[in-house]
Design a protein around this ligand. Structure first.
Ligand SMILES: [Ca+2]
Ligand SMILES: [Ca+2]
Ligand SMILES: [Ca+2]
Ligand SMILES: [Ca+2]
Length: 411
């Protein structure tokens, strides 16, 4: 009997033991659910909802990165006038998957907000000065995710004052350029676009620089073919300008070259010191075609051969013949040469010249010093291949009014 009572007691004890604990388990369960819910809510709310800690960055942001390819640290830009610009090239890492923009600050002032896929532009400084540039990745709420290193650089205008008075015009020109750049397709990764202004008075083709003061100067040539032979800027470098009207494309190139050597003429000029211009006339339509086709032109210019022959040009593509109707003037000296030329548009009939025309374009400097063939090629695009137009940079033809008149009336 006692045994039975004891067993019953034991069973009862076990039952109460379990039932006593049951509410505790329930409470723990409720707390657990509450905690999980709490974290879900936190994640759904902006980060600074609790306590304003806006500098808390998601873990993976450690991998975001942006840095400047141009300007480089302490780089000095020597600009001829206000039409010249400083190329800003930003590289990014691991921002493909986040919704963000890039803000660019110069001297702590926001100068531009870029889309993450288009991180190159030309900046027009207003005067000679020292500058500090940095960029931030910002998310769609404007919250900064990453700030780049600060890069110091300087700008020195050689003709300070001469074009200072054209500020108002420059603003309009910059706006027109930016509108074109933001509304069109071009190969931004190949090179910063170069602008060719319409001229209201054509340059005098005499090999002299005088009439190029108002036009954009391009100097940022890169070693592209046989680049292991590149020594320094006195080996080979250049300053390029161009302009246009309804009749002709005009350009001026000043080539610095330690040894001017052109043993050849006619269809061999591309083996000696020479310059080659490549146009893709229908950039938009041919965006995915790497080979040269019917609207492309590859035109070579020689400053004249070693025997005192005159300057000449040769169309390598599409016709493989000399360029008969171009007007060319060249000057050779001990430290290089200049070529000034006007090419009638009828020699490049597939380029339908008009305001805001965008073409694929690269100008390359072919340098021969001591050998019988090209030793090094410097190009206006980051890479260059004679047979691949998808490596070309961009030339944009724009009409910004009569620059000469603007300068005269404002002075
Ligand atoms: Ca001239
Ligand atoms: Ca050279
Ligand atoms: Ca083409
Ligand atoms: Ca040379």
């Amino acid at each position: 009997m006692n045994n039975i009572i004891n067993k019953k007691k034991q069973i009862k004890k076990n039952k109460t033991f379990f039932l006593d604990r049951f509410p505790i388990i329930t409470i723990i369960g409720i707390i657990g659910v509450a905690v999980i819910f709490f974290f879900i809510v936190i994640n759904l709310l902006p980060l600074d909802f609790f306590s304003g800690k806006s500098d808390i960055i998601p873990e993976e942001s450690d991998n975001y990165n942006i840095y400047f390819e141009s300007p480089s640290k302490d780089q000095k830009f020597e600009l001829v006038n206000n039409n010249e610009t400083v190329p800003i090239n930003i590289k990014s890492k691991n921002i493909e998957d986040i919704d963000c923009n890039i803000e660019v600050y110069i001297n702590d002032k926001l100068i531009k907000t870029l889309e993450k896929n288009s991180l190159d532009f030309n900046w027009s400084p207003s005067s000679s000065d020292a500058f500090t540039i940095y960029a931030r990745i910002i998310d769609t709420d404007g919250k900064p995710l990453y700030t780049s290193e600060k890069i110091d650089f300087s700008v020195d205008f050689r003709n300070e004052g001469v074009t200072e008075s054209t500020t108002q015009t420059d603003v309009d020109i910059e706006k027109k350029k930016n509108d074109i750049l933001s509304e069109n397709n071009y190969r931004t990764q190949n090179a910063n676009p170069v602008f060719s202004y319409k001229c209201y008075t054509p340059p005098v083709i005499d090999g002299n620089l005088d009439d190029w003061e108002l036009y954009e100067k391009f100097t940022n040539f890169n070693p592209t073919i046989k680049k292991e032979n590149y020594v320094n800027a006195s080996d080979i470098s250049g300053v390029f300008s161009s302009c246009w009207d309804e009749d002709n494309f005009y350009f001026f190139i000043k080539v610095t070259d330690d040894v001017v050597n052109q043993p050849f003429s006619g269809n061999l000029i591309n083996n000696g010191d020479s310059v080659v211009l490549v146009f893709d006339g229908e950039l938009e339509q041919d965006f995915n075609i790497p080979f040269l086709n019917g609207d492309d032109y590859q035109i070579e210019f020689s400053p004249g051969d070693n025997n005192g022959g005159s300057s000449e040009s040769f169309v390598r593509w599409p016709s493989n013949s000399s360029l008969k109707n171009a007007v060319i003037s060249a000057k050779k000296g001990s430290g290089g040469y200049t070529i000034e030329a006007g090419i009638p548009w009828f020699e490049m009939p597939k380029i339908a010249i008009k305001d805001e025309l965008i073409t694929g374009f690269t100008i390359s400097l072919l340098d021969t010093d001591n050998l019988d063939s090209t030793e090094l090629v410097m190009s206006s695009s980051r890479s260059f291949d004679f047979n691949n137009v998808s490596m070309l940079g961009t030339l944009i033809f724009i009409d910004v009014g009569d620059l000469e008149e603007n300068t005269e009336t404002e002075q």
